[in-house]
Write a protein that binds this ligand. Structure first.
Ligand SMILES: NC(=O)c1ccc[n+]([C@@H]2O[C@H](COP(=O)([O-])OP(=O)(O)OC[C@H]3O[C@@H](n4cnc5c(N)ncnc54)[C@H](O)[C@@H]3O)[C@@H](O)[C@H]2O)c1
Length: 441
């Protein structure tokens, strides 16, 4: 199959590369000339484990090319995927669909022969109808079907998720288009990945329902963590105790600083808006959004409390800036709100992240960027773990202790053990767990 991928960001680049790896002929298109120049030169603009090698391999074999010019690639394609951004619209939180609609107009101008236009971007229910209307209006003679194929990959594990998905959802009202989509995903049939073919609107809504459910699960355990702190219980044990129940499942039950990232915050907001507009408010999700927003600032207050109630003039070392490990994505990262809260209270912030510092710099211009965790801790009054990169799991705490002014560690990911840190002389605070080591430890 010949595929044109419009938008070569996290989703477009990973999807396009994996489709090429399936054996399809893929052209990845982006309107950002720097991104395309980098890709053509063999440089990968994002950090995603395994991606550089897979891009290089498929580019070398001639199945994967990059361009800023849509016309030729779209004209030759059997399927054109739209994988452009759908950020929150300023003001009301609805998904900003201007990039999707602009892409649809450009695609319409280049269509030739029967083509399936596939929305891979996360888009509110009904967007496929509008994409189809735009294309039919601009190109009345075009033989086209518009399909929804939401993407469920996770940054940091994107290639594995794409190649071994829990499921593939295809919203196609046209049987011929469904056939083209099955051909594209055929390599995954061999792996027996469940493929769910639904109506287009159902597919669109499925993506938001999935993200809202996961965001709810995280927010639920975060509130249980707060309760654990008040009543002397341990949230990790509670999570295990409930997660072993198959009806609940153990994933997404890690208490922490609140969800962030490129998807959950904007997708929960967009679902709330869609539901309000449809006259069927999703009050549970509205509450999740509100609870999660207030949680991020509350984490700054937690750090301040661990420092004795004030941080004015103190130095706080922050380990991890990205919204999760194994990505350089800083979009809506909890670190942004936490650091803002600490700075508002008068703290100086030093930070270190293995991959995210370049992306962080424009968003956090007033902090000191350290060269490693020990440099980060140098002269600090407290060390705060915000993102659980593997590199932070086995730190030399004696060395950190020697570098720091005060022995305070705030672990917002529950990575360390209270007894280990107590033994090394630290005052330790985590999330939803007793701060002091258990008496029998
Ligand atoms: N990032 C994720 O983990 C993830 C997972 C699942 C779904 N999604 C969804 O996928 C979509 C894309 O997300 P992303 O994180 O890849 O975004 P991104 O911002 O990383 O990439 C979008 C790219 O599209 C390009 N673009 C915009 N308009 C264009 C046009 N008209 N022609 C060509 N290129 C154009 C931009 O230059 C940019 O490079 C969003 O709807 C998002 O919600 C993202």
């Amino acid at each position: 199959m010949r595929i044109a991928m419009v938008g070569s960001g996290y989703v477009g680049l990973v999807s396009g590369t994996c489709f090429a790896d399936f054996g399809h002929e893929v052209v990845c298109i982006d309107k950002d000339p720097d991104k395309i120049a980098a890709l053509q030169a063999g440089r990968i603009p994002i950090f995603e484990p395994g991606l550089a090698a897979l891009v290089a391999d498929n580019a070398r074999q001639g199945r994967l090319t990059f361009t800023t010019e849509m016309r030729e690639a779209v004209a030759a394609a059997d399927a054109v995927f739209i994988a452009v951004g759908t950020p929150s619209r300023r003001g009301d939180g609805f998904a900003d669909l201007s990039y999707v609609y602009a892409a649809a107009r450009e695609i319409a101008a280049a269509l030739s022969g029967y083509t399936v236009v596939v929305t891979k971007s996360t888009v509110p229910v009904g967007t496929g109808d509008e994409v189809e209307r735009i294309i039919r209006e601009a190109a009345p003679a075009a033989e086209v079907a518009v399909v929804s194929n939401p993407e469920f990959l996770r940054e940091g594990a994107a290639i594995a998720d794409f190649k071994r998905p829990d499921r593939i959802v295809i919203g196609a009202d046209d049987p011929r288009a469904a056939q083209v989509m099955s051909e594209i995903y055929r390599p995954l049939y061999l792996n027996q990945a469940p493929i769910l073919v639904t109506g287009r609107r159902t597919a669109e809504l499925t993506k938001y329902a999935a993200n809202a459910f996961l965001a709810t699960k995280i927010t639920f355990i975060n509130e249980i963590a707060d309760l654990c702190e008040q009543v002397g219980a341990n949230v990790q044990e509670v999570a295990r105790g409930i997660g072993l129940d198959n009806r609940i499942g153990s994933k997404f039950l890690h208490a922490g600083p609140g969800y962030g990232g490129s998807c959950f915050p904007k997708d929960t907001l967009a679902l709330v808006k869609t539901a309000q507009d449809a006259g069927t408010p999703v009050r549970l999700v509205e509450t999740v959004v509100a609870v999660n927003d207030s949680r991020k600032r509350a984490m700054a207050r937690k750090v301040i409390a661990a420092c004795g109630g004030a941080v004015r003039g103190r130095t706080i070392a922050v380990l991890g800036l990205t919204f999760k490990p194994n990505t350089d994505d800083m979009r809506d990262a909890p670190s942004l709100s936490i650091i803002a809260g600490l700075q508002d209270a008068g703290a100086r912030v030093r930070a270190y992240d293995p991959e995210g510092m370049e992306q962080a710099r424009p968003l956090l211009p007033d902090i000191h960027y350290a060269t490693d965790p020990y440099d980060c801790a140098d002269g600090a009054d407290a060390l705060v773990l915000v993102t659980e990169w593997d590199a932070f799991r086995a730190l030399d705490f004696a060395r950190l202790r020697a570098a720091m002014l005060a022995p305070v560690v705030v672990d917002l990911r529950n990575v360390y053990r209270a007894e280990d840190l107590a033994r090394r002389g630290f005052r330790y605070t985590s999330v939803g767990r007793p701060s002091e080591p258990a008496a029998d430890a």
